[in-house]
Design a protein around this ligand. Structure first.
Ligand SMILES: [Fe+2]
Length: 293
């Protein structure tokens, strides 16, 4: 039994979630004095925000080595293992910037184009699930590159409060499939089929795998899933107090339990192109005061 199918458990979880929900972005920002050694207050606040709202923003001072600073911060809040992403450079962080290399530029993150709502690694197999990621801005775009995000657990809550059958459709184990990815006859990634909302083991947390991109995505051919997809996309479109929007500036970062997010298109200053460092992790941010502290 879980919050998906037990009404009492769901209502308890819902009330907790709503009472802890932040809607003011300034309250979600943690100023970090020394990335190598977070103060107790800094660490507690990041973990508490990630526990209740699934994200925290942070800001640091100018550093000699940004990658090292980000890895250190992530480590101290419990993000220890990282995804061996195709283009992740040393220390587990990928450099997200426009690429003129043809193979990379096939992937939207490495272009200046807008990216629709998604959770990271929605195409991954269960044993390679992305449970957390961090984004850090070394250099913003000249214009654009705005991020919006919303806690996917809050999306579930809002949809369920609106129509319980809709969320049920999105928990169908074949709700969304991503075909295998093949390059030159070689399978780089197997087909991925699963629910859009599910209880993730071993964290036992409500998890979302989703992309708004419809190309190369197969949704279950049922009227319930189709109706649910429409309501989900409608919910994402119209800002609620639980939607956040921010253009990350130099020295700002985001740590999150794989929140639902998007990015607007951008224009680079050729002298200072947009550069973000991204880490992906298969574990979640340690919860505030949890036994892992
Ligand atoms: Fe992403």
């Amino acid at each position: 039994m879980s919050i998906l199918d037990n009404t009492d458990d769901y209502q308890f979880w819902r009330d907790e979630k709503l009472s802890n929900a932040q809607s003011n972005i300034e309250d979600c920002l943690v100023e970090i004095r020394n990335p190598q050694a977070l103060s107790k207050a800094e660490k507690d606040k990041i973990q508490q925000l990630c526990c209740t709202n699934n994200f925290a923003l942070f800001a640091i001072k100018t550093q000699d080595d940004y990658a090292q600073a980000v890895v250190q911060i992530n480590r101290q809040v419990g993000l220890l293992d990282y995804d061996q992403h195709l283009y992740a450079q040393s220390n587990g962080l990928a450099h997200i910037k426009q690429s003129d290399k043809q193979e990379r530029s096939e992937f939207i993150p490495y272009t200046d184009k807008a990216i629709g709502w998604h959770t990271d690694g929605y195409y991954n197999a269960v044993d390679n699930r992305v449970r957390a990621f961090s984004l850090f801005c070394v250099s913003p775009a000249a214009t654009g590159g705005v991020n919006q995000w919303i806690d996917p657990q809050m999306v579930y809550l809002l949809l369920r409060e609106n129509n319980v059958d809709v969320v049920k459709a999105l928990t169908h184990p074949q709700a969304m499939s991503i075909p295998e990815h093949e390059v030159d006859g070689q399978v780089r990634r197997a087909k991925s089929t699963g629910a859009i909302f599910l209880i993730d083991e071993p964290s036992a947390e409500l998890y979302m795998r989703y992309t708004q991109r419809k190309k190369n995505i197969e949704f279950l051919d049922s009227s319930e899933v189709k109706q649910a997809m429409t309501l989900l996309d409608d919910l994402l479109k119209i800002p609620t107090p639980h939607h956040f929007e921010h253009t990350m500036n130099t020295n700002q970062g985001l740590i999150c339990n794989n929140i639902l997010h998007n990015r607007s298109a951008f224009v680079d200053d050729p002298q200072h192109p947009r550069l973000l460092l991204r880490g992906r992790y298969s574990n979640r941010v340690c919860c505030y005061n949890s036994k892992h502290d």
